[in-house]
Design a protein around this ligand. Structure first.
Ligand SMILES: *[C@@H]1O[C@H](CO)[C@@H](O)[C@H](O)[C@H]1NC(C)=O
Ligand SMILES: *[C@@H]1O[C@H](CO)[C@@H](O)[C@H](O)[C@H]1NC(C)=O
Ligand SMILES: *[C@@H]1O[C@H](CO)[C@@H](O)[C@H](O)[C@H]1NC(C)=O
Length: 340
């Protein structure tokens, strides 16, 4: 009680001293842009829309895994009329994992709430002031007038994960891998997901120009890479454990999944497990590989085509499958689908 009260007092002191600070000074808290800087360029829109595909995948996987329901329950307006995911379910998570995944889930909802209006409003020929104020209200109006970018059909079924994990190991795991089975399985399933956002956003960064789009992409990249780091650290702590009931360690699972993704993407090594030979470690000196990065310890970058080859699990950006049985949405993905 006394401790709580002391804590409360010091907290109030901090708050009131902050208020005093706010009252007496006018600090600059926003970046200032050069006078003629442009918030969004027309060519920025497609990469942002492409990113939204990955955000939908993450939002649904994490929401369902943690809470047992998805966007249709939490923020139905963000689904934009797209079909509900196939086979998603609540995972059997312990308290720690549940808290982590619940936070990730709501982070993805925020990403969608911010990215969707930006990508849609800015793709339209609106007045600059309307673009600047592009809000959910403007967004809703646009959806009804010009049509939106609906949530793509997602396959989050255990059998879809099992197929990918079988490919990774080169034989049928018995029983089939099920990401919803327990916390460790769920984290292994999660290993597959934010990393694709991370490498995608690093790739996108050099092809966008507007300060508002760059700010969005940097914000998405920061949180995706944080999620990826948490997942990898969780797995690294358990690297030598066997994943029950398989005779493979956690480290081996990550190595095999990273390898299969490199094969699907067909652009060399851009994906590394949590234990590596030294030549893939930091400065050729470590076998531990909590973070996956290149020769200079910079994050790898992937193009939309590389990402589609992986998330479709077909090795071909023209052939949908895997997590997106009918393909991803937005101009970039749809154009690949139209030109087989
Ligand atoms: C956008 O609007 C401006 C003026 O309102 C017009 O000059 C321009 O042609 C329009 N562009 C497109 C692509 O519709
Ligand atoms: C499990 O894997 C280890 C290392 O690959 C191997 O030595 C062992 O024989 C395997 N055990 C079974 C029961 O398959
Ligand atoms: C690490 O090894 C690679 C060759 O495998 C070499 O190109 C690179 O320069 C080495 N990096 C350092 C920091 O020694």
């Amino acid at each position: 009680m006394a401790v709580t009260f002391t804590f409360y007092l010091s907290f109030m002191f901090l708050v009131s001293s902050n208020l005093a600070y706010f009252g007496t000074s006018h600090p600059t808290c926003q970046a200032t842009y050069p006078p003629h800087a442009i918030p969004i360029y027309p060519e920025d829109v497609d990469p942002v829309q492409f990113a939204v595909n990955l955000e939908y995948l993450e939002a649904e996987f994490f929401l369902w895994g943690a809470l047992g329901y998805g966007l249709d329950h939490v923020a139905p307006e963000l689904a934009l009329g797209g079909p509900p995911p196939i086979g998603a379910m609540k995972a059997n998570l312990d308290y720690l994992t549940l808290n982590i995944i619940t936070e990730f889930a709501y982070q993805e909802v925020g990403h969608l709430r911010y990215s969707l209006p930006l990508s849609l409003c800015l793709s339209q020929n609106l007045s600059l002031s309307l673009k600047r104020s592009c809000s959910v209200t403007v967004f809703r109006a646009l959806i009804t007038t010009v049509g939106g970018f609906p949530r793509p059909l997602l396959d989050l079924s255990a059998s879809n994960f099992a197929k990918l994990f079988d490919e990774a190991f080169g034989y049928h795991l018995v029983p089939p891998f099920n990401p919803y089975h327990d916390s460790l399985s769920y984290m292994l399933g999660s290993y597959v997901i934010p990393y694709m956002g991370l490498v995608g956003y690093v790739g996108t960064n050099s092809i966008i120009n507007g300060y508002k789009t760059k700010r969005l992409l940097a914000g998405l990249l920061g949180v995706e890479s944080g999620q990826d780091a948490v997942i990898r650290m969780y797995l690294y702590e358990r690297a030598e454990e066997l994943v029950h009931p398989y005779n493979h360690t956690v480290a081996e699972f990550t190595i095999r999944i990273s390898e299969v993704r490199n094969q699907l993407a067909m652009c060399g090594i851009k994906d590394e497990g949590i234990i590596v030979p030294p030549e893939l470690g930091a400065e050729n000196r470590t076998c531990s590989n909590v973070l996956s990065a290149d020769l200079n310890s910079l994050s790898y970058a992937r193009t939309p085509a590389e990402i589609l080859r992986v998330v479709y699990n077909t090795g071909n950006e023209h052939i949908p499958g895997g997590f997106y049985p009918k393909g991803a949405n937005g101009r970039i993905a749809r154009e690949y689908l139209m030109r087989p």
